[in-house]
Ligand binder design. Sequence first.
Ligand code: HEM
Length: 535
Amino acid sequence: DGQPPIGENPGNDPLDRVRVDASDRHLTTNQGVPVADNQHSLKIGLRGPTALEDFILREKITHFDHERIPERVVHARGSAAHGFFEAYEDLSAVTRAAPFKAKGKRTPVFVRFSTVAGERGSTDVARDVRGFAVKFYTDEGNWDLVGNNIPVFFIQDAMKFPDLVHAVKPEPHHGMPQAASAHDTFWDFASLSPEIAHMLMWVMSDRAIPRSYRTMQGFGVHTFRLINAQGESQFCKFHWTPLAGTHSLVWDEAVKISGADPDFHRRDLWEAIEAGNFPEWELGLQIFSEEQSQSFGFDILDATKLIPEELVPVQKVGRMVLDRNPDNFFAETEQVAFCTAHIIPGIDFSNDPLLQGRIHSYLDTQLSRLGGPNFHEIPINAPIVQVQNNQRDGMHRQAIHRGRVSYEPNSLAGGCPFQAGSKGFTSFPERVAEDKVRGKPELFADHYSQARLFYQSQAPSEQAHIANAFRFELTRVQTVAIRLRMLALLANVDDGLVAKVAEGLGLEVPEPLPLATDAPIPTYPPSPPLSLLSR
Ligand code: HEM
């Protein structure tokens, strides 16, 4: 089919132009000057001081001094691989997006898996959500599907994201604990945020301790739009399903592996690909109309809800194979910049207020993480199509633009019209006629139905794992009132679950949290913090 065989570098790999290989070459400085002695600095007498003029020593040390860049503010710990996506069908009836244009069409991808809360050097096997970010290098530009391994999220509105992350990360005064969920600030925030209930069920389940990156599902989480060449739009949720099956560790294994091999998931992915055992996922779409969505009983703009497959079945539309490890961790895995704003013709956003905030956040954070406005030129981020616009200059600019015209309109550049018109990206012209307000839609208020559905759909052994996870995590909480408030939240999910957790904590089940969103959440009398060391 004219495609390179799986596992072989495709010819003319765009990254070839920047690959460097030292074999059979002399050492040089950054200016290309051959270096005679790389072991000794230049001294005034063998026992004397080092000469300031030793430009070779200074260049070597200066570069070393600046080797580190900031880690990602979330998802700092990750592992990545190259591969391709192959469409099963021509999907042009529903979307004009390039990867779905023809049956069998292949699009190169780069995929980064990650934990969310841990630092760059933290363990792979912590209880946490996993990131599942896919960059499609399409022939109409880069499309990033920046998802997670859990189909719902903690919060409904981007306004709360900095608070969520501040609560999850180690506490600012002593930098503990490194484990995301085992501390007062996380559970304080959770117990005061009932919208978190559904996500908590997933995070306390075995889904949050995957066996391997190769055995995780992935989800776009938000509702997106698909748009065809006629401008017709439908809504869509994206699902990745591993062909190796979805598998998890149990907690005792995770704790042990974490100590014995904190690189467990990174090593597993790397070694599988080196051995030619290429991981593979199928992409599934849940496609539905606006009218259908009105009968769901929940709001499709609410990222704490999934769409049950009984309502909208998942249609398998292609497969993704990861068949090549990166050559260089920093250049590729660390410098890759995924962004929810990277969409292509045929795909558009929905008004999900969490997604809307993300569209801003990724570019903004990468401007400081990757040092200025030209990080799209870093090879792993560069699209395979030529980038052509009137943006100019800035720190570390690589492109050498020819000619004197970098403005529009102009009469001096000639040639074809610069903007692509109907061939280019066009936002779906959704009609919106509403008041400008803060707040949330009424249907966002049911926080417990899907949490209960998830818990009650689990096998008894899985339910026991969820109850045990809550027991373990909440025994790491020193403030009794927070433990009680969490029990009050769980009392709205399932009676059996809350009874088991309360028993583990040695507490009575309190009154459930009020269901009305405007009712105050109870506080409990203060008590001295419990010591964790005495446990
Ligand atoms: C990474 C913000 C919600 C998935 C990041 C980063 C930021 C961020 C600032 C670091 C990016 C970088 O330095 O390159 C936010 C905000 C959110 C949000 C403001 C909510 C308002 C979500 C959700 C998902 C998600 C709902 C999943 C659907 C990811 C992934 C990464 C990431 C997978 C890591 C990408 C990589 O591997 O480089 N997020 N995020 N985030 N986020 Fe979010």
